[in-house]
Design a protein around this ligand. Sequence first.
Ligand code: SIN
Length: 543
Amino acid sequence: AGGSRPADRQHRSDPVGPGVNETHLDLLVLGSGVAGLSAAVRAADGHDMAVGVLTKGDIQQSTTRWAQGGVAAVLGSDPDSTDLHLADTIAAGDGLCDLDAVRVLVDEGPERVNELIAMGAQFDRDAAGQFSLAREGGHSVPRVLHAGGAATGMEIERALCEAVTATAAAVYERWFAADLLLDGQACAGVVARGPDGTVREIRATHVLMAAGGAGQLYEVTTNPLASTGDGMAMALRAGAALGDVEFVQFHPTALHHPQMPRPLLSEALRGHGALLRDDHGERFVDELLPRDEVSRAMTQRMIEHDVSHLWLDATGLERFSDRFPTIHRTLEEVGLDPASDWIPIAPAAHYLCGGIVTDLAGASSVPRLWAAGEVTCTGVHGANRLASNSLLEGMVFGPRAIEAIESGQEGPSSTGAMRSVVGRDAEIAGRTISVALPPASVDGGDVSERRTELQRAMTVGAGVLRSADSLAAALKRVRGLCPSDAPTDLDRAELRNLVHLAVALLEAASARDETRGAHTRSDAPRPSKDRYRVIVRSGSAQR
Ligand code: SIN
């Protein structure tokens, strides 16, 4: 690799002239969250690669920015250890974590956090200057670093954006990648639409997909409007294998309020002693269980009591506004005082545990296509992600992809979750299903109405509780919702991506006829004795 020259760096947020088509990058990063930006900094600064970062919003807009609760990493010693972090992660993942991937996460995480601190990120400390650590659901000890109380993502994004802006060869803001370009079997760049409407090819020797999650599949989500599963859908169409996409994590404590995305009430509140209460004021679940168990218990209670929400009682928390200033401000805006009011809450779609299957270096099944962050299935989360492991995953696996590229790797190795794809995992077998992705519709229809309809179908059919019937009904509905063909029109492209990913998710959830982790089948309430990973591939290359 090589070729980045500070003098060549260009900012590509404005309509651009003819020169752009001639750009050839060593690496194109799609997405500007923690995974993509950590990789971009490592590639440009550490290895002098010519790196482009392309994002459909502004560079500092990403789901990372919304992350409240922080980064789980073992920076000290007793009573915590990386072995304990590993054990908690595996317990939350309910039998489907890849042990090697989790080992990489917990062992390399602390060094990545220290690098971020060296880059200028500031995490909260106590009066003695030690990190103030929070406890969250599924963690056996307090180990979660945070910044600004519950503004951790914003601080990480700030530090990384500064570093990337200083080192990347090109930043394409408000550019939308519609599809991956292939040279034979290998990824060679993207077809993208610029802010002035121009459609261009941006070619790169390697592409790192870091386009985040897909909360917009659901009516109620903590994710921003841009979380439309673009990366997973694009990769699926290009021939990549997806895994674990049936495991949608619903955060238990989203504010029950019309505001969208739903304001999050961080797990750290429960870590500090906030309680869950039902409509009779009764506690009904251990607040510090992993969040799949808490969300399931809440949903069951809401159905039994026929109520739309439950309550978070944080009245016993001291210094709420000092510890959680951003959450306090949000509550003030809706007229709630956590010192005296119980806060109305309900689960909301929050995180997709699966995605593009990768090996331990972030290589997907398509040569020269790499992936990192929420868009992936590295095997780190298994059937349910441990709270605050996601920022860590992005900052560990993004840079790993760069090291692998630098060492000459081009395609996947038989490591990590990729072993389930290539049939080499003795413990977690791969069950591959081939899905037919619906083509563009002839009539088109109203794009925004179709998006709402898709979200409704997914919420009813593939929410916290699902069954074979509910999934089949959603699949039938969703299949007919593709927009007419115009993949570079942003609204239609997002809808097409949502439809394609929804089909993959619904087929995977139908194939998993058991209850495990974040996937609760009312018609199959127990885990099966077999452990398997559902791998989804597109039956035909869909463009
Ligand atoms: C939270 O603060 O509760 C969210 C943390 C996470 O999603 O891991």
